[in-house]
Design a protein around this ligand. Structure first.
Ligand code: NAP
Length: 303
């Protein structure tokens, strides 16, 4: 019998990493690591872990994701999102492993009026975006077999995300003002993980047939909204899911980015075109609100 495929997943306690542990299970043996077992700030820990496990696939779901804090912790953000990614890429190449890496809508400056395609010029407006772009470029320079999946506005039923923050605040406050001039696509972490499993399966088949090509793809749900629109939909679905008795919120006002200063600037347009991913991997992507409804139903039922 062939030995099972070995898959290394980083960031196992993160939104996407957590879901990957389950969705990748049918593909092979999953070795999921956290910062205690493989600290990305420690290059030798990365080298040793990969030399020991000899994975066939590395899925890097770990990242420095504190967008505002990254402005003052630039060296750390670059170490995790740039330098560590370069080490992962070098080790993936050395061990002939397929590298799957996540990146972000924040590599773009948001001035385009249409959704961004993969080949559009990158120009991050904050340091988190700068560090994530450095990670992308490191992978492309080392040039092993890789897929970089840019995603956006990630939420799920654990971790720090807009959905959980809104549900908490809606139970504490009667009014809130939410930014209504930044547009993007909310994307469920579980959906990213499920889609990643599908992508890996096909990529391995392509590799076996020597048809594989590396590349950058956009992986989000479809459609778009503003943060205010996202909050409104959360409220509507919360009422439907019988969170109603706990909800204090009466009004959700709109505000502009200019009235809501944050340490890190955000792009006004975060929308990304997903046609290239759908075409290559024969995917149907759900609309963002359809996925949100399913996520909130699961959340309500403790799943
Ligand atoms: N969240 C978003 O809205 C968003 C949007 C676009 C793209 N992305 C990208 O999508 C990917 C997954 O994001 P996510 O939302 O799942 O992130 P997340 O929930 O913030 O999880 C990130 C994970 O990285 C781990 N990590 C951070 N520093 C580490 C270190 N030094 N060594 C080892 N592990 C470390 C964290 O560990 P601890 O649990 O110990 O802190 C955490 O488990 C990332 O590449 C992110 O850049 C996210």
């Amino acid at each position: 019998m062939d030995s099972p495929l070995k898959i290394l997943v980083t960031g196992k306690r993160g939104q996407v990493g957590w879901e990957l542990q389950r969705t990748l299970m049918p593909l092979g043996r999953v070795f999921a690591v956290d910062r205690e077992s493989m600290n990305l700030a420690d290059s030798s820990a990365i080298v040793q872990t990969i030399a020991h496990l000899k994975p066939d696939v590395i899925v890097n779901a770990a990242a420095y994701t504190a967008v505002d804090k990254a402005e003052t912790e630039q060296a750390l953000a670059m170490q995790i999102n740039g330098q560590a990614v370069q080490v992962l890429a070098e080790e993936a190449k050395k061990h002939k492993a397929l590298l799957i890496h996540y990146s972000t809508d924040y590599v773009f400056d948001g001035t385009k009026s249409q959704p961004y395609s993969e080949n559009d010029t990158t120009a991050p407006v904050n340091y988190y975006g700068v560090s994530k772009l450095a990670g992308e470029q490191a992978i492309q320079t080392v040039a092993s077999d890789y897929l970089i999946l840019r995603t956006s506005w990630v939420y799920g039923n654990r971790g720090n995300n807009f959905l959980l923050t809104m549900l908490r605040l809606m139970q504490e406050r009667e009014t809130m003002a939410i930014v209504s001039d930044q547009y993007g696509t909310p994307t469920w972490a579980r959906f990213i993980a499920e889609t990643t499993a599908h992508i890996i399966k096909q990529a391995l088949q392509e590799k076996a047939e020597r048809l594989f090509t590396s590349g950058v793809y956009h992986l989000t749900a479809t459609g778009d909204t503003s943060w205010h629109g996202f909050a409104q939909m959360i409220l509507q679905l919360a009422k439907k899911n019988a969170w109603q008795p706990e909800l204090k919120i009466k009004t959700l006002d709109k505000t502009g980015t200019a009235n809501y200063p944050t340490p890190a600037k955000r792009p006004l347009n975060s929308r990304m075109a997903t046609e290239a991913l759908c075409e290559r991997f024969s995917l149907h992507l759900p609309s963002w609100d359809e996925a949100l409804a399913l996520c909130m139903e699961r959340l309500h039922n403790g799943d």
